[in-house]
Design a protein around this ligand. Sequence first.
Ligand SMILES: NC(=O)c1ccc[n+]([C@@H]2O[C@H](COP(=O)([O-])OP(=O)(O)OC[C@H]3O[C@@H](n4cnc5c(N)ncnc54)[C@H](O)[C@@H]3O)[C@@H](O)[C@H]2O)c1
Length: 383
Amino acid sequence: MRVLIMGGDGYLGWPTAMHLADAGHDVLVCDNYLRRTLARQLDVEPLVDPPNLVQRAAAWREQGGKPIEVAIGDLAEWGFVEDLFARATPQAIVHYAEQPSAPYSMLDRRAAALTLHNNLGVTLNLIHAVHRFCPGSHIVKLGTMGEYGTPNIDIEEGWIDVDHKGRRDRFLFPRQAGSLYHTTKIMDTDLLWFYVRVWNLCVTDLMQGPVYGVETEESARDADRLSPHLSYDEIFGTVLNRFVVQAVAGIPLTIYGSGGQTRGYLDLRDTIQCIRLVVEQPPAPGELRILNQFVETFSVRDLAQRVQTVARRLGLAAEVAHVPNPRKEKEEHYYNPASTGLLDLGLKPHRLSDDGIARMIELVRRHHERIEPSRIVRNVRWD
Ligand SMILES: NC(=O)c1ccc[n+]([C@@H]2O[C@H](COP(=O)([O-])OP(=O)(O)OC[C@H]3O[C@@H](n4cnc5c(N)ncnc54)[C@H](O)[C@@H]3O)[C@@H](O)[C@H]2O)c1
């Protein structure tokens, strides 16, 4: 298949590109380096900062990988998107190209406006480009489990049947996000659902949990040049990656509040596996397929304890500190989300293992001289 990956320079985009190319697909990646620019502006560059997309695509070819084509440009600009789609006419589009950080979106009005305009602008352009240039193609959109929030009922996979005054209908599962970023993801889902109904689009919306890890089978062929960025700061770093860096840096693992915040997590290797399975098994036209993309749930407390145990075995102090919660969120809550759709499509999940945590610690140790502790806590407060 001809697959376009929007946001192909990203933590998830680049590993997905290599994985799909390895599976035999023709892959085109597109990015405008927005994440790199924002990280530089805020002085939160990653621990592992990979070469640019053109250099990585060249390194991938040197390792014998099927060529990955690169296009650099802003997907929120219609002129660029029009040219790209007219030329590429992809059969599947994986849409990662968003400002992905909740704390970034809560920094100030400017950051909130950038997040809103960028995320919704790219999604709208994608929808119109598909309608105009490749109407039968499959949109694979990365949403987040954070769209659902933490309701006091079981979370279904995307939809809920409601009985009301003797009648029954099916609706999108209620959404109530905890940040402006997550709210843009809800708006994306609404946009897609609207155009699925009016234009018969073929869409998979993946409600993904936080991802951890940097190693994949493909990146291991040349870890220095093919690994994705590993961010460990409060703005762009996901929690487990951040805990590992804190343990190596000899600073306490910071838990917000009591640490009972529970979410569904997955290994980077499972993200790319899920995307391949979804791309290769599209839904019918006119269907919005929603899948919950995570493998297992942990509280933040559980994760800190898992990292602490392994780190101590490796001779690190790995203290844990509870700090006042800068976010507005429930710290103890019910959490029971469904996630059978991707298993039905063939997902073979990797569970978080002590060995996996130890490998992450070893990787971070190799780069420990680059750790800048001031990047880890930035105190972005929701109020
Ligand atoms: N990483 C996670 O744990 C996680 C969890 C749930 C959902 N997601 C979602 O997955 C997607 C990818 O996340 P990620 O962690 O790889 O983030 P990332 O920031 O590493 O990657 C996103 C990429 O999109 C690019 N981009 C953004 N706006 C663009 C634009 N207008 N034009 C061109 N390129 C643009 C950025 O430069 C970046 O390289 C995001 O939509 C995010 O919300 C990520």
